[in-house]
Design a protein around this ligand. Sequence first.
Ligand SMILES: [Zn+2]
Length: 301
Amino acid sequence: MWSCENYPLELPESHPFPNRKYPLLEAILVEGGFAGHIQRCGTIAPEILESVHTRAYIQRVLNFSLSPDEMRRVGFPIGQSYLNRALASVEGTLCATKEILINGKNLAGVLAGGTHHAFADRGEGYCTFNDVAVCAHFSLYHSMNRILVIDLDAHQGNGTASIFANEPRVFTFSMHAEENYPRQKERSSLDIGLPIGADDSQYLKLLTEHLPLILDYFHPDLVFFQSGVDVLAADRFGRLGLSLEGLRLRDTFVFENLLHRKIPCVITLGGGYQKSHEAVAQAHAQTYFTAAKVLNDFRHA
Ligand SMILES: [Zn+2]
């Protein structure tokens, strides 16, 4: 798995984004026995972003010439640290994708990414470039024919849905709180809008009904999993009601269904906005520990 902590996300103490979740997550995973599996990535070559993003938008980000309105939509203070982090976040997901495409791994992941609110020509909602979209595009050019994006963040994957609206080789599946940001939803290949406060049983019923059908209908040869943990009841922005155990069951169901069908998966983090950065990091870590357990069980079955 890939860490972007060579380029830490630096924010003022008062900023609502829990930026310390990233180094805390890396520390928890090292403590949990993953030290030998974590590599740190560099920054992506900007021209690779052009497969998805307009050249004009990329240049505005690179030149720090986003308008005040564009900066307000993204939500981060613009500067060199912000730029490096935005570029590293896509590179981390690309490195994970290459582990699957080139090294033939079943599972690979990034300890960042899942920036699903980035559109071709603009960013919003703490997302500058769309890492999953760039890497899905990269995969299409490297022998993959059908790509599924499983977006289980509490917010709709509007940028990803928009970018692939006319791309039949990419199926976008988003399960999210219906009455939440973004107010104007895009059309994914399949959207499931959940009621505010949806609990474990409501959530898992819908996931277990729909995900196997998508997998059997679409037959993806690669999955990108946006594993946002803002679905937790304790989250400040997600407006859903999952418990940590519900989250573990969600992730277990996803990984078991993919491994049993021999579909490789790139894991990205997505959102998580509890007041405690430590709690968010623990929730993200649980996703990786769950992936490792399912993979281990599968190998020994
Ligand atoms: Zn979210």
